[in-house]
Design a protein around this ligand. Structure first.
Ligand code: FAD
Length: 337
């Protein structure tokens, strides 16, 4: 059996390792854009306060997967899925330009969501979605620190990632202004009382939290970026942290059903019996995406067992919780997930 996996995040890597453990004969090929190995995406938002993060964030080098007889083709991109001959096209510096599969596992994850009003200004802001993004941001920050200046950031989005990044930059000594469109922070996950205590925590750390702010555009002001709401303010840099967008493009081009994510049944199978999706990119029949590490790991282990003939029911989400990685913050009520 030839199994091709797209993506080397927690979904793709967990699936590959579990499937390897259950089927010694399968040919498993994992194709990824990444070059730095399998890393912890949650730790990205602690990427400023930890000096050694660029090394410690890597959970497993690709060489360890190869030693486990998982072929990893890294630094390349799958550009098309051809369902009839069951092949995927690969672009980049590698020998294989096309790979045949018996089962294709789409574990492409998600990109940062950029709200439409900000899309025309893509060259004026950063996102923090990958290790490559973190390296770019750290380099930019060190450039400012080397001029003996304190970086002055605007973060747009007071959800989980925006609050975590604001907190980490502030404890690292930077100046941070957080713009949030709603009247309280992390309103989707937190009870009102906890939003208030998060607001106080960030304020205490020196973050200027601005609520009810609709950022309608950005402007380039020489070496600064101007954030325009009803007022205008200038910053060294802007980070947009407004949520995530599942990478559904390849599936859509291949004619698979797509909603917010790639639509799968309760066995994580798309409408094509040879193609499965899991992780941030998969939308379950209940309309939900399970975009957290714990349920994704559970999906990946379950799917590997299912394809190895050891699981015959359907995937049932585990009970799971999360926790904002904001320095010194503990919510008193359970998160809404
Ligand atoms: C800053 C941040 C903090 C977070 N904190 C937490 C947390 O505290 N707790 C928690 O549970 N979750 C957290 N999350 C969410 C969690 O990290 C994600 O749900 C999880 O990493 C998704 O895993 P995945 O494998 O589905 O996708 P990803 O990790 O996105 O991996 C997908 C991979 O596929 C590759 N890829 C995509 N398209 C192609 C292509 N065409 N060809 C080749 N390769 C491709 C991508 O480059 C990527 O490496 C956080 C996310 C972020 C961004």
């Amino acid at each position: 059996m030839q199994v091709v996996i797209i993506g080397s995040g927690v979904a793709g890597v967990t699936f590959a390792e579990k499937y390897r453990a259950l089927d010694a004969d399968a040919e498993i090929t994992l194709v990824t854009r990444e070059n730095d190995g399998y890393y912890s995406r949650p730790l990205l938002s602690r990427g400023f306060s930890k000096d050694t993060i660029e090394e410690t964030i890597v959970l497993k080098p690709f060489s360890a997967l190869r030693e486990n007889r998982i072929e990893v083709i890294s630094g390349v991109e799958i550009t098309a899925i051809h369902r009839i001959p069951r092949r995927v096209e690969v672009a980049g510096a590698c020998q294989e330009k096309s790979l045949k599969y018996d089962k294709l596992i789409i574990a492409q994850g998600s990109a940062a969501f950029v709200p439409p009003p900000l899309q025309p200004y893509r060259e004026l802001f950063f996102c923090l979605n990958s290790l490559a993004d973190l390296k770019t941001l750290r380099k930019f920050r060190h450039g400012i620190l080397s001029q003996n200046r304190r970086p002055d950031w605007a973060i747009i989005g007071g959800g989980l990632i925006g609050c975590e990044v604001a907190s980490d930059l502030a404890v690292s000594g930077d100046s941070v202004t957080l713009y949030h469109a709603m009247n309280r922070l992390m309103e989707r996950q937190l009870a009102e009382e906890d939003s208030l205590s998060l607001f106080e925590n960030l304020n205490h750390a020196g973050v200027d939290v601005l609520l009810n702010q609709s950022v309608h555009s950005l402007a380039d002001e020489n070496d600064k970026v101007c954030v325009l709401t009803e007022a205008a303010a200038e910053f060294d840099a802007v980070i947009v942290a407004c949520g995530f967008k599942p990478r559904t493009g390849l599936a859509e081009q291949a004619g698979l059903a797509v909603g917010r994510g790639i639509k799968v049944d309760d066995c994580l199978r798309t409408e094509d019996e040879h193609i499965y999706a899991l992780g941030d990119v998969a939308e379950l029949p209940n309309g939900r995406l399970y975009a957290y590490i714990m349920p994704i790991r559970h999906q990946a282990n379950w799917l590997a067992a299912h394809l190895a003939g050891q699981e015959h029911g359907s995937w049932t989400p585990p009970v799971f919780s999360t926790k904002a990685k904001v320095h010194g913050f503990e919510a008193t009520h359970p998160y809404h997930l």
